[in-house]
Design a protein around this ligand. Structure first.
Ligand code: G3P
Ligand code: MG
Length: 247
């Protein structure tokens, strides 16, 4: 459970600081760290040679200068793609990082929310499991996914894993849904529009954090601060930090 998580909302940088740097690149993660994030959120896909690549889409097309499906390419091929210049010319030279590179570059006190985008028919779970191990990496990680069966399978192989339930629907009972997962749930990751004060209270009572995504406008950030959520996933961590300091 997560009883102490509601003192002030954690600042969670979405894909790093995706409002100000190319998403899911080292530049984005380091900016998020510099801006004082407590946690960074990132997305992973499996490559043809079984590596964990940090990228949102299943293809290179939108966020790099290359095309093609991640699962069909080796990491060596993927690393040739430029993942920065589509966002702004000054970010040319950024690459699609390996998950381990992000863990090495981001200081240990910053938590990492790994969003597993696709299970690849069960192929990604053992790779994630081996990657996390049972030491420092595991301690600072929350694994989330829209695929709840994948999360439950990951928990079966290691019960000490922090599971983040990611979803978009406006559930009747968010904490109650966590209760039917068949494994302990550490955090709820709802769309920020889909929760109210009662949902937050029930999650708190259940010892589960709520980390809504992805709020960027000041009015939305303020509503979530007022609701007393445990963390806020945002493309503009610096904006959230300033608001928290002023309140
Ligand atoms: O993990 C929260 C959020 O990132 C989920 O949606 O599409 O931005 O990965 P998406
Ligand atoms: Mg994501």
């Amino acid at each position: 459970t997560n009883q102490t998580a509601y003192l002030r909302p954690l600042i969670i940088g979405h894909r790093g600081a995706a409002g100000e740097a190319p998403e899911n690149t080292m530049a984005s993660f380091l900016l998020a760290v510099e801006q004082g994030c407590d946690m960074i959120e990132l997305d992973v896909h499996l490559t043809a040679d079984g590596k964990l690549a940090v990228i949102h889409d299943e293809t290179l097309d939108r966020t790099t200068d290359r095309k093609g499906i991640i699962r069909g390419k080796t990491y060596a091929e993927i690393s040739e793609a430029d993942a920065g210049s589509w966002f702004a010319e000054r970010f040319r030279g950024e690459r699609v990082p390996l998950l381990e590179e992000v863990y090495e570059a981001v200081p240990q006190h910053v938590q990492i929310n790994v969003e597993v985008k696709n299970g690849y028919g069960g192929a990604i779970e053992p790779v994630m499991d081996a990657f996390l191990g049972d030491g420092d990496r595991l301690q600072r990680t929350v694994v989330s996914s829209f695929d709840h069966k994948l999360l439950a399978r990951m928990n079966r192989s290691r019960t000490d894993l922090k599971i983040g339930l990611l979803y978009a629907g406006r559930l009747i009972d968010h904490a109650g849904y966590a209760g039917i997962m068949g494994c302990p749930v550490y955090s709820l990751h709802p769309h920020f529009h889909s929760i109210d004060a009662e949902d937050v209270a029930r999650a708190k009572d259940a010892g589960i954090a709520i980390y809504p995504w992805t709020a960027n406008h000041e009015a939305d950030l303020q509503s979530l601060i007022d609701l007393g959520v445990a963390g806020i996933i945002t493309d503009f961590p610096v904006r959230l930090k300033r608001m928290l300091e002023q309140s």
